[in-house]
Design a protein around this ligand. Structure first.
Ligand SMILES: Cc1ncc(COP(=O)(O)O)c(C=O)c1O
Length: 379
């Protein structure tokens, strides 16, 4: 197995990173239960890293779901359906209006997932009165499958890894089966672009929270990477700041972006990827995310499952319930603090992108589960 490593990015060019879009925020505000998620301090992480402060954006409860992914899934679902109807956001401005327009339709939403995105698409289908078919890799834990089914979706377990589930979803696309994917491939680019746009609501919240708390901009921002859509949104939000160090973090077993950076262009690594960080188990970077990811990040690092577990425990000690993929950003900084040159003048931002989406594993790693995770969030 590959050892954890640090790769300095020869392609870095922050001025080439695209801008954030403000479009999805008004839409997200109309969704049931919308409110900004907390930005909290993690003093124990700061002590361990030897930096001035660590701020954590806590995405363990977002729109009634245990991960940030519903921001991208909801906006992309909305845009995919508007396009299908030949309509515009001005004509159908809210989810309720869309549900009314779709009443009686036979449409079905389809997505491949390593957990969180698929559950979020299933939730959107349920809110809109549509059916959903969600494709999952063979190694997905039962709890995550049950969470998707609890949203009323059909789940099909694909023989293979995440990339195989993606291929199966693409094959199912038809006039009444609309694919809402968070990754892109040749000829399929708009929905994953809308997914990245959807994440901008979270980035805008972070920037507002820094301003409202009177904080100066972070000097180091870590983003965990699966296909790179999340990291693209983070780059759009922070790459422009002078002197900021953006660090992309991947599992050693699912290092498709780091390997692509080393190769000088997008490639597919052998699969299936079986890291404990299920949300990051991807074999191919999203081609629509690649330009912002490859130009926005100074450094890419890879980590083992145990290094992610270390970050989960540290965040738990400061009251943040963070799942395996959620804690990976901090895990990358902890594992490689010296090589990254972290020091007392640094102020760090990490985004805990999920809560305890595999409660049994969370209990094994962290010990006694906080009350918040004994019943997985569902709203
Ligand atoms: C909790 C969590 N964090 C981070 C990511 C990474 O996002 P992306 O695949 O856009 O790189 C995922 C992806 O599923 C995820 O579920």
């Amino acid at each position: 197995m590959r050892e954890p490593r640090v790769v300095s990015n020869p392609l870095v060019a922050p001025s080439q990173v695209g801008p954030l879009t403000a479009d999805p925020t008004a839409f997200h505000r109309t969704l049931p239960g919308y409110e900004p998620t907390p930005l909290v301090e993690s003093p124990q992480s700061a002590r361990r890293l030897g930096v001035a402060a660590v701020h954590v954006k806590d995405e363990s409860a977002r729109l009634g779901m245990p991960s940030f992914k519903v921001l991208g899934a909801s906006w992309a679902t909305y845009r995919v359906l508007l396009r299908h109807l030949g309509s515009s956001p001005e004509e159908i401005p809210t989810l309720d209006a869309l549900a009314t327009r779709l009443a009686g339709s036979n449409l079905r939403l389809c997505a491949a997932t390593d957990g969180n995105h698929g559950r979020a698409v299933a939730r959107m289908a349920q809110l809109l009165g549509l059916r959903a078919i969600i494709l999952v890799p063979a190694d997905m834990v039962d709890e995550r499958i049950a969470a998707i089914r609890s949203e009323g979706a059909d789940v099909e377990v694909v023989d293979g890894g995440y990339d195989d589930a993606i291929a199966r979803s693409a094959a199912l696309a038809s006039d009444d089966t609309l694919v809402v994917s968070d990754t892109s491939w040749d000829g399929y680019v708009d929905p994953p672009m809308w997914v990245i746009d959807g994440y901008s609501t979270m980035i805008a919240e972070i920037r507002d929270q820094y301003r409202d708390k009177g904080l100066s901009a972070p000097t180091v921002v870590a983003a965990q990477i699966g296909v790179g859509a999340f990291a693209a949104a983070v780059a759009r939000g922070f790459a422009e700041h002078d002197g900021v160090h953006l660090v992309g973090v991947e599992p050693t077993q699912a290092d498709c972006v780091t390997a692509s950076i080393e190769a000088g262009g997008v490639l597919t690594i052998p699969g299936p990827q079986l890291s404990m960080m299920a949300g990051l188990n991807c074999g191919t970077p999203s081609i629509i995310a690649w330009p912002d990811v490859s130009s926005g990040y100074q450094t890419f690092v890879t980590i083992s499952d145990e290094q992610a577990a270390d970050a989960m425990r540290l965040l738990a000690a400061d009251g943040v319930v963070s799942g395996e993929s959620g804690a990976a950003g901090l895990g990358g900084l902890l594992a490689h603090a010296d090589a990254l040159g972290l020091g007392p003048s640094d102020s760090v931002l990490v985004i805990s992108t999920e809560g305890a989406t595999d409660v049994a594993n969370y209990r094994t790693i962290v010990g006694a589960a906080p009350a918040a995770v004994t019943a997985p969030a569902k709203g």
